[in-house]
Write a protein that binds this ligand. Structure first.
Ligand code: TYD
Length: 144
């Protein structure tokens, strides 16, 4: 499983640091939504879902947390602890976010507006979804 981590360019000078993110230049999709999590309780794990189409970039702009990614075959844990690092999370990827430091702010850039229909919240359904995607890829699109 390939993990795609972006390292953004900080524009630093003696006043401090600044990171600017532009769609299609720094971020590989049109940014339709931004949300962020903060004040996450100790020991909390969030996420536990995948998306049918949504792509995201996760940036822990303050503090630190860990992301567990699972493509249905393999799992990887990616620590996020720098405000200039972004983790790309594709569609059809189960994610769990945990180990938030008390000061953590996890910001998410999303390719689509919020749509509950795009969520897969049941793990068995996710595994089935990934299997069907693979079978469609192997066979190619169904011909009529
Ligand atoms: P939820 O999907 O439970 O977050 P997690 O990523 O941890 O699974 O979202 C928490 C609440 O916020 C839920 O009531 C839905 C709402 N929400 C929005 O209204 N818009 C959004 O863009 C997101 C991500 C969540």
């Amino acid at each position: 499983m390939q993990v795609i981590k972006y390292v953004f360019q900080p524009h630093g000078d003696d006043r401090g640091q600044l990171v600017a993110l532009e769609e299609f230049r720094d971020i590989p999709f049109r940014i339709k939504r931004v949300y962020y999590m903060y004040d996450t309780g100790a020991g909390v794990t969030r996420g536990y879902h995948a998306h049918r189409s949504l792509q995201q970039i996760l940036i822990c702009i303050h503090g630190s947390c860990k992301i567990r990614l699972d493509n249905g075959k393999e799992k990887k844990v990616i620590p996020l602890e720098k405000p200039y690092e972004g983790l790309y999370v594709s569609n059809a990827m189960w994610r769990e976010m945990y180990d938030f430091s008390p000061d953590a702010v996890l910001m998410v850039l999303a390719s689509e507006l919020y749509d509950e229909k795009d969520y897969i919240r049941n793990y068995d359904e996710f595994l089935e979804y990934v299997k069907n995607l693979e079978e469609t890829d192997e066979k190619g699109p169904e011909k009529k």
